[in-house]
Design a protein around this ligand. Sequence first.
Ligand code: NI
Length: 226
Amino acid sequence: MLLEIPDVFTREEAAAMHEALCQADWLDGKVTAGAQSAKAKRNRQLAESHPLAHDLGQRILERLATNAVFMAAALPEKIYPPLFNSYEPGHDFGDHIDNAIRPINGTRERVRTDLSATLFLAEPDSYDGGELVMRTGFGTQAVKLAAGSLLLYPGTSIHRVEPVTRGRRIASFFWVQSLIRDDGQREMLLDLDMAIQRLTQTGAEQNALIQITGVYHNLLRRWADL
Ligand code: NI
């Protein structure tokens, strides 16, 4: 499932984050790439130990915890501390697949990358190129979102970032280990959750609502990995 979550941050908040990131010192992006993806990756990345990466990463995690759409869609068990990347003219990231398991630096924790997330922080009209392109069962899909909006996509997908030809594309990216490892099961739970919310808002018959809510929780209980 490819899901756009608009306005995780307001445009003003995203602009302030973008401004702070523009002032920072960046490293070669190959630091977090696997052997295959290092060959395809030409960008810059903020060091994981950079205080700004830590501060903004915390703000992102706190914001996501209060975002009902993200919580319902991702059903997060663990989230990798957000990373930040920057693409300027001459930068791109060719077709690749993200590593399945990510150790969290400085800890013994690992995150299984069920979902990948990109939080766009630059206004789309401030740069050319830089689309996130996903190969899906229905062909490719190119995505470029407003600053402050987030794209969630399956960790299993082959994807790339198109060359940037003008301006600077700054984004945050991270991975989610979901309570529901399987993309299809997670998508069905989201559909069911959204249908229950709509039925609740439109005053559906109470017993039927309790029954269908029970089905949601019983499926979650049956499928969840803790
Ligand atoms: Ni990737």
